[in-house]
Design a protein around this ligand. Structure first.
Ligand code: UGA
Length: 434
């Protein structure tokens, strides 16, 4: 099928490449023209494992192209996937201005029947607004339908998630739209669940908010573990082995970040409140997450006493491993606080340093980026771990100990065994374990 993709961020790009891999003819566009020119030249602007290889494959087959002209992309396709951003506004609700703009452009270029597919995470009832906008601005008699097809990809494993989905949710309101969507995802037939549009839209926000809540729950239990003799890793294992609970997303630590959970839990809270539903449960989950940074910094203070003038190595700037994405990453708040307290900060991340330099430019000797982790920890009074990259889990601890001025580790992701690391001579702080 001929499909156009509007917006080539994480979701749009992975969707474009993934749908091309399913054999569809993809034309993708973005208002950020530098992105389009890069993609035309074969350069992927983000780091996502496996994406480049798959991109090269579908590009060589001629199944994907990138064009700056949105009007052409709309006019030449029957199906349009809307993958633009819905960032949070100050009150927590989603900013829908990019979706509205795309809806207007679709209306203006409506030359034949189109199926407009919401791929971006949107509040329940968004399809109503898209439909209304297209009807208000359309100039032709051509008809159109809306479908919701929420995205469940995780950054860092997005390509794998696309190729091996655990479910594909399709929200439609008539048979024509249903047929088209089923044809697009023919290969994953047995994974498809068809619902009405409101349901599909809500499934997305509900899934992300539930996962965020699960993380906040285990972090709350970690707080109890710290005040007792209980161990959070064992609590999580003991709970998670119950298949009704499940072991995933019970990793205690510095809390969730990224472009989805913090935003979606706030957006769903706002949606519920606007509908007159009491949303205290989600508010509390958000509050628990916000408090993780304070608790982490408390551990840093406990270890260092005075932070001013101390050399602090910070490993892991992305919000999670295997991505260069730093949106809502715990590192942002931790670095701000360390700067405020006048530490000498030494940073390292395998992929996210270029992104971080745009927010915190290099400022030696107060803030220095290093090309490898051992350089970053040389002479450090403390080592802070904020992301559980494999490289950190596998670091040579004897070498680390020799390089540091004081062998102190404050681990925001519980990557080491407390007993083992202390045996190696480190002072070790973590979450919910002793
Ligand atoms: C999340 C969802 O997992 C995807 O299903 C969804 O499609 C995506 O949002 C989205 O809406 O686009 P993502 O934000 O890429 O994916 O990352 P996750 O792997 O879910 O991790 C989110 C945050 O939770 C990270 O900061 C991670 O470190 C943290 N986390 C995760 C924990 O603190 N503990 C855990 O047990 C699991």
């Amino acid at each position: 099928m001929k499909i156009s993709i509007i917006g080539t961020g994480y979701v749009g790009l992975v969707t474009a490449v993934g749908l091309a891999e399913l054999g569809h003819q993809i034309v993708a566009t973005d208002k950020d023209l530098t992105k389009i020119y890069k993609l035309q030249a074969g350069i992927i602007p983000i780091y996502e494992p496996g994406l480049e290889e798959l991109f090269k494959k579908v590009r060589a087959k001629g199944l994907i192209s990138f064009i700056p002209d949105l009007a052409t992309a709309i006019q030449e396709s029957e199906v349009i996937f809307v993958c633009v951003g819905t960032p949070p506004l100050a009150d927590g609700s989603a900013d829908m201005s990019q979706i509205e703009e795309v809806a207007r452009l679709i209306a203006e270029n409506l030359n034949s029947y189109k199926l407009v597919v919401e791929k971006s995470t949107v509040p329940v009832k968004t399809s109503y607004w898209i439909k209304r906008t297209i009807n208000l601005y359309k100039k032709s008699e051509a008809s159109f339908d809306i479908a919701s097809n929420p995205e469940f990809l995780r950054e860092g494993s997005a390509v794998q998630d696309f190729l091996h989905p655990d479910r594909i949710i399709i929200g439609v309101e008539n048979e024509r739209a249903r047929e088209i969507m089923l044809k697009i995802y023919e290969r994953f037939q047995e994974k498809i669940i068809v619902t009405n549009i409101d349901t599909a839209e809500l499934i997305k926000h509900a899934s992300n908010s539930f996962l965020a809540m699960k993380i906040s729950f285990i972090n709350l239990m970690a707080n109890i573990c710290e005040k007792t003799e209980a161990d959070i890793e064992k609590v999580a294992l003991g709970m998670g082995l119950d298949p009704r609970i499940g072991r995933e997303f019970l990793k205690a630590g510095i809390g969730y970040g990224g472009s989805c959970f913090p935003k979606d839990i706030k957006a769903l809270t706002r949606i519920g409140e606007e509908l007159g539903v009491e949303m205290g449960l989600l508010k509390e989950a958000h509050k628990i997450n916000e408090d993780r940074i304070r608790l982490f910094l408390e551990k840093v203070r406990k270890a260092l006493w005075v932070i001013k003038g101390k050399r602090v190595a910070v490993l892991g700037l992305s919000f999670k491993p295997n991505t260069d994405d730093i949106r809502e990453a715990p590192s942002l708040k931790v670095i701000s606080e360390l700067r405020r307290e006048e530490a000498s900060i030494h940073l390292y991340d395998p992929k996210a340093m270029d992104n971080m330099k745009r927010i915190f430019p290099e400022d030696p000797p107060n803030l220095v980026y290093h090309s490898n982790l051992y350089e970053a920890i040389k002479g450090a009074n403390a080592l802070l771990i904020l992301t559980e990259w494999d490289e950190f889990c596998q670091m040579d601890l004897d070498r680390v100990k020799n390089l540091m001025a004081n062998p102190i580790i404050i681990d925001g992701r519980n990557i080491f065994e407390p007993e083992e690391i202390r045996k190696k001579g480190f002072e070790y702080y973590c979450f919910g374990r002793h």
